[in-house]
Design a protein around this ligand. Structure first.
Ligand code: SAH
Ligand code: SF4
Ligand code: F3S
Length: 479
């Protein structure tokens, strides 16, 4: 990092708390953007491109909030005055996609030398990737990580006054900086981080290395944030964490995830609560009971299986067996017969035999998932599984992958006819992308429904009669 520049700029700052300090940096950047805008005789634009999961989506809303406060008009167009790529590194193809996009941006910047390009997110927490970016992508101006997203204005200010690249990567989170502006994608729903990081170290997974140790936010801070969101029109929240079921670990107060949900149930104006991701090894009976008794928690659980083979699960360090998983599903369905269950599955993990794979198929058939995200195992540098050298043949993995897709398609197709004729609550989320006379909304079980309606209904929870099932989505009419 360019320390001299930061010291110089810090002398202008009088704030006591970190969030006040960052707000002062936002106002300093606003001064600079406003000068440039006058010189160019037009407003400056900024674009944030997001890869990866909902954690990154939420971080991008924070980045956008800061950029707006810094005087930029937000745009979806990468031909902007400032572009930030918020990266994901969970699988190799996520990295490949980023470098492809970055190459294109480099060409654009040749014609627009004033353009500022930033890279942040999970990829920049890997030292080798930062080295590659610094060496081979000289046009990148800002490189920062997952722990200092809130510092964007300060980093940008340093770049603008110094004219040189700023690299600022931390190895751990230092403090939670709350109360900064965010720019939500939807006015009526929002992600809310309840915890950061992960301590589970599944042997294939890079997340614990790039997101750091698991840290829960204090319940009162979460409740406050959600109250502010509902005051601002939010009716649905998605509580975010890599393993929400272990929420509370390390906090001063003794609180479980179920305990947090009970507190959130009381928040006035909040109509729907979702969460992800639940790790099967930490899903408690208390959580099942809390979900079953709740008016607000949605009828959906995302419960990553990863593999149906107990032998492979052990090698993945998942902490449960095939029988444990099936028993958990039985307990959940016993209390909530209509709940929709979705999952993540990895195919082609080192050492996976055809018998192991058939165990996965067996779980898919027994559970009948409503939908599943399926991935081919991708070797990640620095993870324990990267040392396992018994990868199945690629051809074999591809065959298994296709068979798995087919099984999942059959299972979810069978289930989705069940709702036709029922009247259900739907949160209207937007205009249908293919037919403007229709709105698209979401059922409590997370499935989409398309129905005739006008724009004014967006953001409201409506009663919709389901008239037709299309497998992965429905048609309906408002009643
Ligand atoms: N914390 C969540 C998952 C985060 S990553 C959980 O424990 O379920 C999202 C999904 O990506 C994982 O569930 C897993 O299925 C997949 N994934 C993670 N690392 C992977 C890898 N190296 N190769 C293939 N898929 C992977
Ligand atoms: Fe990765 Fe496992 Fe943590 Fe999920 S629980 S983020 S899969 S290490
Ligand atoms: Fe990707 Fe980071 Fe999420 S690696 S999946 S963006 S936590």
């Amino acid at each position: 990092m360019n320390k001299d520049t930061l010291k110089k700029s810090n002398t202008d700052i009088t704030a006591v708390s970190e969030s006040e300090k960052q707000r002062e940096f936002m106002s300093l950047v606003r001064g600079l953007t406003s000068d440039t805008a006058k010189r160019k005789d037009r407003d400056l634009t900024a674009c944030v491109v997001t890869f990866g999961c909902q954690m990154n989506e939420r971080d991008s809303e924070k980045l956008k909030g800061i950029l707006k406060e810094c005087g930029y008009n937000l745009t979806e167009n990468e031909d902007a005055d400032l572009v930030i790529f918020n990266t994901c590194t969970v699988r190799e193809n996520a990295n490949d996609r980023l470098y492809g996009r970055l190459g294109a941006l480099g060409k654009l910047k040749k014609d627009k030398p004033d353009m500022i390009v930033g890279i942040c997110g999970c990829m920049t927490q890997e030292a080798d990737e930062v080295e590659k970016l610094e060496k081979s992508y000289p046009f990148v101006d800002l490189i920062f990580g997952t722990f200092n997203v809130y510092k964007l204005a300060e980093i940008l200010y340093s770049r603008l006054v110094s004219g040189s690249r700023i690299t600022d990567i931390w190895q751990e989170s230092r403090e939670f900086v709350e109360l900064l502006p965010t720019e939500r994608k939807y006015p009526f729903k929002s992600g809310v981080n309840i915890m950061y990081g992960c301590d589970n170290f599944c042997t294939y997974c890079i997340v614990p290395y790039v997101r750091g140790r698991e840290k829960s936010r204090r319940p009162e801070d979460i409740v406050d944030e959600i109250k502010r969101l509902t005051d601002d029109g939010v009716v649905e929240v998605m509580l975010l964490g890599q393993n929400v079921n272990s929420y509370g670990k390390g906090l001063e107060e003794d609180i479980s995830f179920a305990g947090l949900l009970k507190e959130l149930e009381e928040v006035e104006g909040l109509k729907r609560i979702r969460f992800m991701t639940s790790h099967p090894k930490d899903l408690s009976d208390e959580l099942i009971e809390t979900m079953a008794a709740s008016e607000k928690i949605c009828d959906h659980i995302h419960l990553p299986l990863q593999s149906g083979s107990s032998r492979i699960l052990k090698r993945m360090n998942r902490g449960y067996t095939k029988a444990d998983y099936l028993e958990l599903i039985r307990k959940i369905r016993d209390k909530m017969p209509d709940i929709s269950v979705t999952t993540d599955i990895i195919v082609g993990f080192p050492g996976e035999t055809n018998e192991d794979f058939e165990e996965t198929i067996d779980v898919v058939r027994k559970v009948g998932f409503d939908s599943a995200y399926t991935f081919i195992y991708s070797k990640r540098r620095g993870t324990p599984a990267a040392k396992f050298d018994d990868l199945p043949e690629k051809q074999e993995t591809d065959k298994r992958f296709n068979k798995l897709l087919e099984e999942i398609r059959m299972a979810s197709g069978e289930k989705s006819g069940n709702l036709v004729g029922k009247t259900m609550e739907v949160l209207a989320e937007g205009v249908n992308t293919h037919n403007e006379s229709l709105l698209t909304g979401r059922l409590s079980n997370n499935m989409l429904v398309h129905f005739p309606g006008s724009k004014e209904r967006i953001g409201k929870i409506l009663k919709i009669k389901i008239t037709e099932s299309k497998g992965f989505y429905y048609f309906g009419t408002e009643v």
